[in-house]
Design a protein around this ligand. Structure first.
Ligand code: ZN
Length: 252
């Protein structure tokens, strides 16, 4: 009798283990189903879950890199050594590192809508050139810039936005003066280019640190506009030492 009873107990226990394992796997599946981009856009909670999942994915990639090449990231802990400081727009369609094929530790980025140059943006660039010894500053606008468009069209906005758009206005005014007879599309492009140039001029006129480093030839400064369709850059102003010659692809 005891033997039969024990066998039944073993059978029940085994069944429980199997069921538990099955449910465990099912529960795990539910937990690890990655949130979709649609869910991220639908709510703050969905966006946070998507962000966390993206971070997990990034960690998986980094761990794989470390397995292949242990110590490959040790240098990053010693400090950053970017070769270029970019002043760009916050627009999510312009991930500057991707656009120029940069790697970690290549780019020091300051992004504000309309690539405007605020006092804090100037301070950030001063930090880059003075303390990180970054030898190149590039102000980059981009086509279809919503901030420039809002300024051109005198969009009715509230909060802190009028102040931000006010920083773009001088570029819109100068481009409008210079682009007499332009159609709307050409004027938009001219305003974007003028706004990139304005950003560069602001850095030079408002920062003695940047101005003197450029004058001494320790830092070069340029500005241009990125074409969203193919990531090409239309230079508005290149550094003085640049002659018109084909660009050779950078060594990887
Ligand atoms: Zn923009």
């Amino acid at each position: 009798m005891n033997k039969v009873y024990n066998s039944r107990l073993i059978l029940i226990a085994s069944s429980l283990v199997i069921l538990n394992a099955a449910f465990g796997i099912a529960a795990q599946k539910v937990e690890t189903t990655p949130p979709t981009r649609e869910q991220a856009l639908a709510s703050p909670a969905g966006a946070f879950a998507y962000f966390q999942a993206a971070d997990e994915n990034a960690k998986i990639v980094i761990r794989a890199q470390l397995e292949k090449n242990p110590g490959s990231r040790d240098g990053l802990l010693l400090g950053q050594t970017p070769y270029v400081a970019i002043v760009g727009c916050s627009d999510s369609r312009v991930p500057y590192e991707e656009v120029i094929g940069a790697k970690s530790n290549d780019v020091f980025t300051v992004s504000l809508a309309g690539n405007v140059v605020s006092e804090d943006a100037i301070g950030s660039i001063e930090y880059a050139v003075k303390y990180l010894h970054v030898p190149l500053i590039v102000v980059l606008g981009h086509d279809h810039c919503g901030a420039v468009s809002a300024c051109m069209n005198e969009a009715e906005v509230g909060g802190a936005l009028p102040q931000l758009l006010g920083k773009i206005r001088p570029a819109v005014q100068s481009a409008t003066k210079a682009c007499i007879g332009c159609n709307k599309e050409a004027l938009f492009s001219a305003c974007i280019a003028a706004n990139a140039k304005l950003g560069m001029d602001e850095l030079l006129s408002r920062s003695a640190t940047i101005r003197s480093l450029v004058k001494e030839g320790k830092v070069a400064i340029a500005c241009g506009v990125i074409d969203l369709s193919d990531a090409s850059i239309q230079w508005v102003v290149t550094p003085e030492f640049v002659k018109s010659k084909p660009v050779t692809p950078a060594a990887k």
